[in-house]
Ligand binder design. Structure first.
Ligand code: NAG
Ligand code: NAG
Ligand code: NAG
Ligand code: NAG
Length: 263
């Protein structure tokens, strides 16, 4: 009995260590039209696919592949944000994403998870190279800027610049920029396409994404838009990697709202 007790404690310890929490994502999407059972071949293939994505995304911050064959074949893509590629935060983000997506969508063949630093998606339908804006998530700051007219103009110019950068192959689908709005206020923005997209598709995705800035009022102090093929964000505080120790000073914990587009 004593030995059994000790074994139990040992198992509990091991379980405790194994269940270290993965970081929370910004959002996830489990496609409820692709329900599968955990014992299905698709489910086993997803696990194998995720293991491959985790091991192969590291070096370049991007990997797209498929696993299995026939009806059970699954396709996956994992990618770090352009400015995070090559850092420790890239690999740990992909690891968290692979772990968390299976916990959040254990019964679906198609799922997407968005982190600020990385993105991971899989499906039993091929999607590599196809622009996807079918499901979008918007997070916006409920606070408004003080000079909307000037703000909209400056943000528009910044967005054009970001779009131009994102389609340059060496930029890995990423573009960023900042503009001083006043001596004390700087606007920071970036856009990221998944790296499987052609130039034109990347432009299109970013254009659709930033179109939502207008939809939520055009005057918000910050906004993030997440799609299956791109991610755009702007804030009135630094958001590029690595976020320096200075930057948190300006961050006001404003209320953020979430809204869905074409779900
Ligand atoms: C898929 O499963 C979820 C519960 O996990 C359920 O709410 C949903 O209706 C199912 N979808 C279909 C198409 O059956
Ligand atoms: C993906 O899996 C779902 C659930 O098993 C199935 O309904 C759907 O037809 C599959 N799609 C493809 C492209 O195989
Ligand atoms: C911000 O502006 C929107 C219109 O874009 C308005 O509906 C909202 O009430 C404003 N919020 C605040 C906090 O002033
Ligand atoms: C803090 O800000 C100053 C001035 O903007 C800059 O020179 C310095 O490198 C920053 N430090 C960090 C850790 O970001």
């Amino acid at each position: 009995m004593k030995i059994m007790g000790q074994i139990c404690i040992l198992i509990l310890l091991v379980l405790g260590i194994c269940s270290i929490e993965a970081a929370d994502p910004m959002a996830d999407f489990c496609n409820k039209d692709t329900n599968i059972s955990k014992s299905s071949q698709i489910s086993a293939n997803i696990d194998a696919l995720l293991a491959e994505l985790v091991s192969k995304t590291d070096s370049t911050g991007y990997f797209a592949t498929s696993y299995g064959k026939g009806q059970a074949q699954v396709y996956g893509l994992a990618q770090c944000r352009g400015d995070v590629v090559g850092s420790k935060d890239c690999s740990s983000c992909i690891q968290d994403a692979a772990k968390e997506i299976r916990q959040r969508c254990p019964d679906q063949a198609a799922a997407t998870i968005w982190y600020d630093f990385c993105f991971l998606r899989y499906s039993n339908k091929s999607f590599i190279g196809e622009v996807d804006t079918s499901y979008g998530i918007i997070f916006y700051n409920v606070q408004n800027v003080t000079d909307p007219e000037k703000f909209v103009k400056e943000l528009g110019a910044l967005v054009d610049n970001i779009k131009a950068q994102a389609v340059v192959p060496k930029n890995l689908g990423f573009g960023k920029g900042e503009t001083k709005l006043s001596p004390l206020t700087t606007l920071y923005a970036f856009g990221q396409c998944t790296r499987d997209l052609a130039k034109l598709d990347c432009s299109q995705c970013l254009a659709i994404a930033v179109g939502n800035y207008e939809t939520i009022g055009g005057n918000r102090r910050g906004c993030r838009v997440l799609y299956g093929s791109c991610y755009v964000r702007y804030e009135l505080y630094p958001i590029f990697y690595p976020v320096g120790s200075n930057s948190s000073m300006n961050v006001v914990a404003d209320e953020t709202k979430m809204t869905l587009v074409n779900p």
